[in-house]
Ligand binder design. Structure first.
Ligand SMILES: O=C(O)CCC(=O)C(=O)O
Length: 272
């Protein structure tokens, strides 16, 4: 990371990284997300089911190894978790050099992946504003620099304008001492900024920043790929498997290099 990027991430709590993925990578991810959406919509209401610790009802897809909840309708969203298992087209995002440069610059110690979701947001849908607090999400700065707990990368497979339901943040709130007095509607919140992005761009942010997604007022469905990273002791931060071990199948791990597997391997002999 450059000095300017470090300064801006510390100041604002996020960075927009233009042209992070190549045109071919974007095309391949976009097609794969479309295929997976169609598969998930066919299966989302079927058994087997899993109730998550966060009170959400998921379909467990045994064929492709993902968890999914939601529906395709006005105002609704479909969330497909653990997409790694579903298609090798996602493999290059694991131990992706540029991603790891950023992740290792803002998370200290052994870094692992703790979250993987494809968010499909239909017309009228909004992601409620939130700012998780507590040990898993803190933002700190010490003698070694930025010291984030959970961070997230959003990979854009098509352009997303404000009108199309942009990801949004209240810059700097990762340093706020108070809980926000505002509700969960990102369209109404003072200080909320929509972060428009182009296909191939990436946004990285600390989960400790107040964030959400403004209402998708367009006819275009918004599709983005979200991947969480953090210190090795953080268990899954997917809603379906919150604080459980990651749902990464043996057949997925077998495809990976040792470096890729290490990103799903906590180091249990170390303490936080
Ligand atoms: O992109 C969005 O609509 C919201 C995403 C979000 O809340 C997250 O990735 O934590």
């Amino acid at each position: 990371m450059t000095d300017i990027e470090i300064y801006e991430f510390d100041r604002q709590g996020y960075l927009i990284l233009p042209d992070f993925l190549s045109r071919d990578e974007v095309a391949s991810l976009g097609e794969t997300v479309d295929r997976l959406e169609a598969h998930a919509l066919e299966n989302v209401d079927k058994p087997p089911r899993k109730w998550s610790a966060w009170d959400s009802d998921y379909h467990v897809n045994e064929e492709l190894g993902y968890y999914v909840k939601g529906e395709k309708a006005e105002g609704k969203t479909l969330i497909i978790e653990d997409f790694w298992n579903a298609d090798p087209a996602f493999d290059f995002l694991v131990d992706h050099e540029r991603t790891m440069t950023y992740a290792r610059s803002i998370v200290q110690g052994h870094v692992t992946i703790n979250n993987s979701e494809i968010r499909i947001r239909y017309t009228g849908n909004q992601s409620g504003t939130h700012r998780p607090t507590g040990d898993k999400y803190t933002y700190r700065f010490n003698e070694n620099g930025i010291d984030c707990r959970m961070i997230r990368f959003i990979y854009f497979v098509h352009d997303v304008t404000e009108e199309e339901g942009a990801f949004c943040v209240v810059p700097g709130t990762h340093k706020s001492n108070l809980q926000s007095p505002y509700g969960r509607d990102p369209d109404e919140e003072p200080g909320m900024v929509s972060l428009e992005a182009k296909a191939g761009d990436v946004i990285v942010f600390t989960e400790n920043l107040r964030h959400g997604g403004v209402t998708n007022r367009s006819e275009q469905t918004r599709k983005t790929i979200h991947v969480g990273y953090g210190p090795y002791w953080l268990m899954s931060q997917n809603i379906s498997t919150m604080d459980e071990p990651q749902n990464v199948l043996d057949r997925t791990l077998e495809r990976y290099s040792a470096e890729q597997r290490a990103l799903f391997t906590p180091w249990p002999d170390r303490t936080k």
